[in-house]
Write a protein that binds this ligand. Structure first.
Ligand code: SAH
Ligand code: SF4
Ligand code: F3S
Length: 446
């Protein structure tokens, strides 16, 4: 039964990658992607890392029910996957008549078949929320999938760190590494399908292999092996936990030329007191020493971060320490969030919650600093040469205007004369001519 489907994705890149896999798997089964309005099968791939994620899901389920009421003959099916499904479980079914499938991340591999079962049996509901002991391989059953020039590859699932504020270990389960050979096989298939850049993904890639499913390969060993694959032009990874950043991984930045000079390294707070309460396992001085070692290994590296403001008990001095540390680390970008209580976490039970108005005020001070610093870093790139991976022609002027990304992962818009014959996936040498917000401008270097 050929159906139109639409996937709405919230949350991290792991979720984005899961959604991309699900789309390929459903397409393999004969279904077709469509707009939200036209879809018969609606999939919400959800995130519960910050406040009110359930509300977003209810809003979307409400919208889907309206569509179903407007055209009952379409027999609309709704599915909720990801972290909210895992967190809320079967009580979500009560929210919507159309909702008949719940799947967590470990249930993803079985979701396409479940969707087909539900399409042929309108009375049925399916729940795929158990955590597995194994890493369910999803890739091998797919036909060679067309891919863009930049591809994502999940190398692990879950997390063992239990940072005091974080719900991820509760909704994604314990850390499970994927086998190196399976990862390499997926990378080869993606390169054969047109990928030039690969980003290896996990909640904490630095501890890859250090769990019961590990096959003896450390993350840096894996990185060297992926970097050797013929046809690959650029390699990235995320996310790294500072406490697990092995010296061998720092050295990889000096030794692997196609490893991009950009690292996302969440600091969370610059106050040792808050870092301890968060259970992060490093001090501010250790973090800064790591940044220095990285800059020594790769002088042109740009480092970005995540920051939580308003963690329980955070005082003005703690916050000032965070601003100081950000300055010292010279972040090119930061994703900053007001702390939010998540059910089942250690921080949710901590006293001294920060009033929202105060936390928001701190957040905006931090963001003012970051915007200023990001603009300064972008501006300093004017006149420099860069290698840009072409991601596609721009929508406005497809004949000669292209967008791509340079090594630090900044977007670049560039004019390329049609006679040049540029195609998506080309890696071109470019001169940066300007820094708009937030993209750079460039022109072909002679
Ligand atoms: N595994 C990654 C990312 C986890 S979630 C890591 O360890 O870095 C992404 C970011 O969301 C976190 O880095 C953190 O800054 C933020 N975050 C997580 N839980 C949060 C909470 N309860 N309140 C506010 N921000 C949170
Ligand atoms: Fe959450 Fe910490 Fe694990 Fe990151 S390392 S996913 S912040 S528990
Ligand atoms: Fe969100 Fe789950 Fe990712 S909570 S950040 S989608 S691991």
């Amino acid at each position: 039964m050929r159906k139109r489907f639409h996937i709405l994705t919230f949350g991290c890149q792991m979720n984005a990658n899961d959604s991309a896999w699900l789309a390929r798997a459903l397409t393999d089964r004969g279904h077709v992607p469509s707009s939200r309005e036209e879809a018969d099968v609606h999939i919400l791939n959800t995130c519960s890392v910050r406040a009110k994620p359930e509300d977003k899901v209810y809003t979307e389920l409400g919208r889907i029910s309206l569509l179903a009421q407007k055209s009952p003959e379409r027999k609309i099916l709704a599915c909720v996957g990801g972290c909210v499904a895992q967190q809320c479980g079967e009580r979500l079914f009560a929210r919507s008549r159309e909702l008949r499938l719940l799947f967590g991340t470990d249930g993803l591999a079985a979701a396409p078949e479940a969707i087909d079962l539900l399409l042929s049996d309108p009375q049925r509901k399916i729940t795929l929320l158990d955590f597995n002991e194994t890493f369910a391989e999803q890739g091998h059953k797919l036909k060679a999938a067309a891919t863009g020039p930049a591809a994502l590859v999940s190398i692990m699932r879950g997390c063992d760190n239990f940072c005091a504020y974080c719900i991820v270990p509760l909704v994604r389960g314990r850390q499970k590494s994927r086998g190196s050979e399976d990862i390499l096989a997926e990378c080869r298939a993606l390169i054969a399908g047109g990928a030039r850049e690969i980003t290896l993904l996990g909640q904490n890639v630095n501890s890859f292999g250090q769990d019961s499913l590990g096959d003896g390969s450390s993350f840096s060993t894996l990185l060297y092996r992926v970097a050797e694959l013929p046809g690959l032009a650029r390699l990235r990874f995320m996310t790294s936990h500072p406490k697990d950043m092995a010296p061998a991984l720092v050295q990889a930045f000096a030794q692997i030329p196609l490893l991009a000079p950009r690292l996302h390294l969440p600091l969370q707070s610059g106050s040792d007191r808050v870092l301890r309460a968060m259970g992060r396992g490093y001090t501010r001085a250790e973090y800064i020493a790591l940044v220095c070692a990285l800059r020594q290994a790769r002088p042109d590296i740009h480092i970005s971060t995540d920051i939580i403001v308003g963690f329980p008990g955070e005082n003005e001095q703690d916050f000032e320490d965070t601003l100081d540390a950000m300055q010292e680390a010279d972040f090119c970008a930061s994703f900053s969030f007001v702390y939010s209580d998540r059910p089942g976490t250690k921080a949710a039970t901590m006293p001294d919650k920060i009033p929202p108005a105060l936390a928001l005020e701190r957040l905006s001070r931090l963001q003012v600093w970051q915007n200023h610093n990001s603009a300064r870093i972008l501006e300093a790139m004017r006149g420099q040469s860069a290698h840009v991976l072409l991601e596609g022609p721009s929508l406005k002027n497809p004949a000669s205007s292209w967008s791509g990304r340079e090594a630090h992962d900044f977007a670049v818009n560039l004019y390329i004369p049609p006679a040049h014959g540029a195609t998506t996936g080309d890696m071109l040498k470019v001169r940066i001519t300007g820094s708009g917000k937030p993209t750079l401008k460039g022109e072909l270097a002679e």
